[in-house]
Design a protein around this ligand. Structure first.
Ligand SMILES: [Zn+2]
Length: 391
């Protein structure tokens, strides 16, 4: 139902392939297919999915339309539920990739929830069965990602579908795909999703959930919000002739190009100061190092292809200024930001600004941070990431 939450859609296609395959899992698939009747809605919000955005065509969050049921997508979902009256449902979403498993440095890669059906968060049979099924999923997934499984906020949301499914007496399991280090395209998380759904189908087929212990569900830690994409600790910064120590937290947001054909990342300083309670997917203690501005390298458009990337990175350049620029260019595949001559660019590192700066230790450049990507200048091979355009 959320157009930019596509991990489970991929996993459902994997489930289709699994169910139609012919291999040494034949016993399991035959059992599932003979015992259960399964219906799938692989994509409830195609207009949102087309633009990789959460909301539908009118920018309505469909997960707040379960009461009014005004929008065609919501009406389809409600009609399907009321027609089929399923005993179980899987409500599939993606959550913030920066959620942590409780107060820990470990990302909440998969989070589950048996949604509440009232503000008191009572547990009836429908919700209890949801919890029990989740216990089976949790115990299976624990073999693959111990410490990376959490529970989504269980506050009652009267307008959400998951909560109402429980009210409408369908045990609905919320599965949220979160973050995993260096899995931006979520292809590992897709597998975890596949395992979760298949484990669920097996549990329902063989009634394994019946004997599960609800206390195990209760013991799953809640999501917390303690992770940055990058956390640079204990950097010195000079301000008005005084020196301070700060941690810098950087997050990278995925941005669609105007025609939705490509995506790129924008890295910003999300927060800075004392961030000692937080963690980073990339987490560096840079004690004794100092943060400084990066530099602009000026050339003409003609020789942009001939620049020595490695040399410029090692010399602390973060920007390349060119005379003229293709006016349709929205980002660059180069590791540098590109400035069109005459454009004003703020080079001073700062809160909520683009993360472009250099890091020095004993007067030696050790890291060049460009658009939130951290280039180790002692390295010989640089994985290229995208830069931004300033015009
Ligand atoms: Zn969602």
């Amino acid at each position: 139902m959320h157009g930019d939450e596509s991990t489970a859609t991929m996993a459902l296609l994997d489930i289709f392939n699994f169910l139609s395959a012919d291999d040494n899992f034949n016993k399991l698939r035959k059992q599932i297919l003979s015992e259960l009747t399964i219906y799938f809605i692989p994509m409830l919000n195609p207009d949102g999915a087309e633009k990789f955005k959460r909301r539908n065509g009118l920018d309505i969050d469909l997960n707040r339309d379960a009461l009014r049921l005004q929008f065609p997508e919501s009406q389809i979902l409600k009609t399907v539920r009321d027609t089929l009256k399923p005993k179980f449902a899987f409500n599939l979403h993606d959550q913030n990739t920066r959620y942590s498993t409780g107060n820990s440095y470990q990302s909440a890669t998969i989070s589950f929830l048996a949604p509440a059906f009232n503000y008191k968060k009572d547990i009836n049979e429908v919700r209890g069965n949801t919890m029990k099924l989740i216990v089976n999923l949790f115990e299976e997934l624990k073999k693959f990602i111990p410490g990376h499984i959490a529970k989504y906020n269980d506050d009652f949301e009267p307008r959400a579908f998951g909560d109402n499914f429980i009210k409408w007496v369908t045990s609905s399991v919320l599965i949220e795909s979160g973050g995993w280090k260096n899995d931006e395209e979520k292809q590992f998380i897709r597998k975890l999703n596949f395992i979760s759904i298949l484990t669920g189908l097996n549990s329902i087929t063989n009634k394994l959930y019946v004997n599960a212990d609800i206390d195990v569900y209760k013991s799953i830690p809640f999501n917390d919000n303690l992770i940055f994409d990058v956390l640079l600790r204990n950097l010195k910064i000079k301000y008005k002739n005084k020196e301070y120590t700060i941690d810098v937290g950087i997050n990278k947001e995925e941005i669609n190009t105007k025609d939705y054909s490509k995506a790129y990342y924008e890295g910003k300083v999300e927060d800075w100061g004392d961030l000692s309670i937080f963690y980073g997917y990339l987490d560096l203690d840079l004690i004794g190092s100092e943060i400084k501005e990066s530099k602009i390298y000026k050339i003409t458009k003609m020789n942009l292809k001939n620049i020595d990337t490695k040399k410029l990175l090692k010399e602390g350049y973060g920007f390349i200024e060119v005379d003229s620029l293709d006016k349709n260019l929205e980002f660059t595949d180069m590791p540098f930001n590109i400035i069109q001559k005459g454009a004003k660019v703020d080079l001073v590192p700062g809160y909520k600004k683009y993360a472009n700066f250099t890091i020095w230790k004993n007067n030696k450049l050790i890291y060049n941070v460009i658009n939130g990507y951290v280039y180790d200048t002692s390295g010989e091979i640089f994985k290229k990431h995208n830069g931004l355009i300033f015009r």
